[in-house]
Design a protein around this ligand. Structure first.
Ligand SMILES: C[S@@+](CC[C@H](N)C(=O)[O-])C[C@H]1O[C@@H](n2cnc3c(N)ncnc32)[C@H](O)[C@@H]1O
Length: 508
């Protein structure tokens, strides 16, 4: 760091960060500047140049060797066999049958492992193929790519520590690995089933990403390291290269929300994954104008009593995708790369916050006709319908929103509230779970999951969900709370969450 300071303002760290983004697609946060600075100094020294000349060299076309060295140093290669095994079960039991690769086609099933690191993921797929899919007579080709050449060398050696097999069922370990000293060596036939290639997901290659090239893509725990626009472009390439209805698996904590509208969300076997929309890259069909029923009565005043479980029934005044409902759409907002007309709903939102529901409805009615197909406007209408007590109509509007944009956490949350109201707790929980997955910072679905679990007598699950909800509620976006919170402020919601947590034996 001292060295860096000696080289002017930031020692070239910002330029280095921009170059890493341009060359490798990687995103580095402000908190990682020290690491970047140390790497820059070390690499510059190794090349026998001062940082400024080293950086100039990195900009040139023939910096390929150095870019590879940086990929080795700066990528995160954490992985293990049978990671998130629910994905593998979903692949074998739901995705592949859904793809309906008819026996008659006889072409191999093509799976891509994008960001395969040292090979554990594609080899797990190959083992799965032998265990489950070969039996179905399906030939399978697995291709694996990564930007880190050192990781690919380890993949080619296929020697692993016991730690890499920590989630591998003992029978599979016995069948497909042999011990050699402290290492475990993968079976030759499994190795032969995977081809590896050094490839940068941030780079376009039309031949590789050609239409219909893959049936299934695993790109788990990779997008989280990429700059947003790089991740958007990578997902667009993946969408292009998948057959219609093809599947995409992301890491457990990753979502496509804000990155792509080309996929439907799937939730089976306890895991989330995505399916390319049929004709995913075409515009969605126009929708019929929703029937807007007037509210039977203005929304009731909020209960003055401290919140308790009855709050579930009153929280109908739900709401929406906050980022697009507040004021002007932000440049660089989540879906900036996806062409979309924006309608100014800020006045309607303001009226809604002031509980002037009729005026809010009137304000939405003044929007241009095209607004009737806009997911944000539709959802806001759904919120207003909940205030009028017309939950069936609200739920129908949510369905329209989800047909346009099934990654809308707000529409899933609102659907969940409608399902709760209809007494369908299983469906309600499913939609809350999806909302919480799509937007991990969204506190209210977690809170509801906790309340639902407590009602069902599952105190362990209730404690888990409520403990997750509490810190999220404490820092939840204020505007989102005012739209989604059923009229309750943060303090009330936090108090409710604490009380519920205590009631099921958790919290302080
Ligand atoms: C955390 S590992 C994930 C391994 C495996 N997919 C899993 O989920 O266990 C992330 C991998 O992504 C690779 N990666 C990062 N940026 C990449 C890029 N631009 N192109 C290709 N691979 C990249 C890294 O080299 C690393 O091996």
């Amino acid at each position: 760091v001292t060295d860096a300071r000696a080289h002017g303002d930031d020692g070239g760290v910002e330029r280095f960060r921009a170059l890493l983004r341009a060359r490798l697609g990687l995103r580095f946060e402000d908190g990682q500047r020290e690491t970047l600075s140390a790497t820059l100094i070390r690499r510059a020294r190794a090349s026998g140049q001062p940082p400024a000349s080293y950086l100039a060299g990195l900009e040139s076309e023939d910096a390929q060797l150095e870019v590879r060295a940086l990929a080795q140093e700066l990528t995160v290669g954490e992985t293990y066999f049978f990671r998130n095994a629910e994905h593998l079960r979903a692949l074998a039991e739901a995705a592949l049958p859904a793809l309906g690769l008819a026996e008659s086609t006889r072409r191999p099933l093509r799976i891509l492992s994008a960001g395969c690191a040292s090979g554990e993921e594609p080899y797990s797929l190959a083992i799965l193929a032998r265990e489950e899919l070969d039996r179905a007579g399906l030939p399978i080709a697995i291709h694996a790519v990564d930007i880190n050449p050192a990781a690919l060398e380890r993949a080619a050696r296929a020697r692993y520590s016991a730690w890499a097999l920590r989630e591998t069922p003992p029978d599979l370990r016995a069948r497909y690995f042999r011990s050699d000293g402290r290492d475990l060596v993968l079976d030759r036939d499994v190795r032969a089933q995977v081809t590896f290639e050094e490839r940068n997901l941030a780079e376009e290659d039309e031949a590789f990403w050609r239409s219909g090239a893959f049936d299934v893509v695993f790109c788990r725990n990779v997008l989280m390291y990429l700059a947003t626009d790089v991740a958007q472009a990578a997902v667009a390439r993946i969408a292009r290269s998948l057959v219609p209805g093809g599947f995409l698996f992301l890491g457990y904590a990753e979502t496509l929300r804000g990155l792509s509208r080309d996929f439907h969300l799937q939730h089976t076997h306890g895991g989330f994954y995505y399916q390319r929309r049929d004709g995913a890259l075409e515009a969605p069909p126009p929708l019929v104008e929703p029937a807007m029923s007037a509210p039977a009565h203005p929304a009731r005043a909020l209960p003055a009593a401290p919140p308790d479980l009855s709050w579930i029934e009153t929280i109908r005044r739900a709401s929406e995708r906050i980022e697009s409902l507040t004021a002007t759409p932000r440049a660089g907002s989540a879906l900036a790369g996806v062409a979309r007309q924006h309608f100014d709903v800020s006045r309607a939102v303001e009226l809604l916050r002031n509980e002037r529901f009729d005026d809010a409805r009137a304000s939405l009615a003044e929007l241009p006709p095209a607004a009737t197909r806009d997911p944000d406007v539709l959802l806001l209408r759904a919120v207003l319908l909940t205030h009028g007590g017309d939950l069936a109509a609200a739920e129908a509007l949510c369905r329209e929103v989800l047909a346009l944009e099934d990654l809308s956490a707000g529409a899933h949350y609102l659907t969940a509230l409608c399902r709760e109201n209809a007494g369908d707790r299983a469906d309600a929980a499913e939609h809350h779970r999806i909302a919480a997955y799509l937007d991990p910072g969204f506190s209210l679905p977690r809170l509801h999951l906790g309340l639902l679990a407590r009602r069902a007598g599952d105190h362990t699950a209730a404690r888990h969900e409520l403990a997750e909800a509490l810190p999220l509620l404490e820092r939840e976006d204020a505007a989102r709370l005012s739209l989604y919170g059923g009229g309750f402020g943060r303090a009330n919601l936090v108090a409710l969450c604490r009380a519920e947590l205590r009631a099921c034996g958790g919290g302080s």
